[in-house]
Design a protein around this ligand. Structure first.
Ligand SMILES: Cc1ncc(COP(=O)(O)O)c(C=O)c1O
Length: 233
């Protein structure tokens, strides 16, 4: 079950090769990547099953609920035992209208992302997200910057908050959830790469409707905060 983290497609060919080698079936958690493209193909049509979330914080919403995309046989012909986990028609109607806007939503987010990328491209402390060659379009559910090692990420978030700038830290790696720590005895260091990657990231505002003026303020406040932290005392 690979996850298209923050809306960036995973390398599906590599996942399929691995799954094939081990006799596994792939169910892709594409909750965040509606509208993204992998090697020119729409996410939803690549793995045998993709799941999408339409929770209100996603690029489109039906209030609650989601969608699975699969291959299909033909009508009235059942090849597996199935269950009616139907979405009610009213949320589905909302979702169908929302779906018409997905390309607009992703394009608007892309404009915001381009401005951030330009602002951070030569920054010594802030790195914009890295996109592998196989990603033709990110859904930009989240825009995650990476801070240089040694910068106190939580202090940066706190300073931004004081200046009225909201951020997210999605998501803490699963091994530091208290449930898993208690159950399996994990510590932060059990998976140092994922813990390290998370402890350096901040999700910046990337919502459709963010004005250039507000975005410029996010950029300049952030740069001021991190450069003050880096300055020798
Ligand atoms: C990667 C990922 N998977 C699964 C979910 C769960 O989706 P839902 O809230 O629709 O159950 C979310 C977000 O809510 C998500 O971001």
């Amino acid at each position: 079950m690979p996850v298209d983290m923050n809306g960036m497609p995973v390398d599906y060919d590599a996942v399929a090769a691995f799954a094939g080698k081990h006799g596994l079936r792939v169910i892709s958690d594409s909750a965040e990547s509606l509208g993204a493209l992998y090697k020119g193909r729409r996410v939803g049509s690549i793995a045998p099953v993709h799941i999408f979330s339409f929770f209100p914080n996603k690029n489109i919403t039906t209030g609650e609920g989601g969608m699975l995309t699969t291959g299909q046989d033909y009508r009235y012909n059942h090849i597996h035992l199935g269950f009616n986990y139907r979405m009610p028609n009213l949320p589905a109607a909302l979702g169908l209208e929302q779906l018409k806007r997905i390309e607009f939503i992703v394009a608007e987010k892309q404009k915001i992302v381009d401005r951030y990328n330009e602002a951070f491209k030569d920054d010594p402390i802030i790195s914009p997200p890295f996109l592998p060659y196989y990603v033709d379009q990110h859904s930009w559910y989240m825009y995650a910057i990476n801070l240089k090692e040694g910068i106190d990420r939580d202090a940066v978030v706190e300073e931004l908050k004081k200046r009225g700038i909201d951020t997210r830290l999605s998501f803490p790696p699963v091994h530091i959830q208290p449930y898993y720590m208690n159950r399996f005895g994990f510590t932060e260091d059990s998976y140092p790469e994922s813990f390290g990657a998370w402890s350096r990231l901040i999700n910046l505002p990337v919502w459709v409707g963010l004005t250039n003026t507000d975005q410029d303020r996010v950029i300049s406040e952030l740069k001021n905060i991190v450069s003050a932290m880096e300055a020798p005392v």
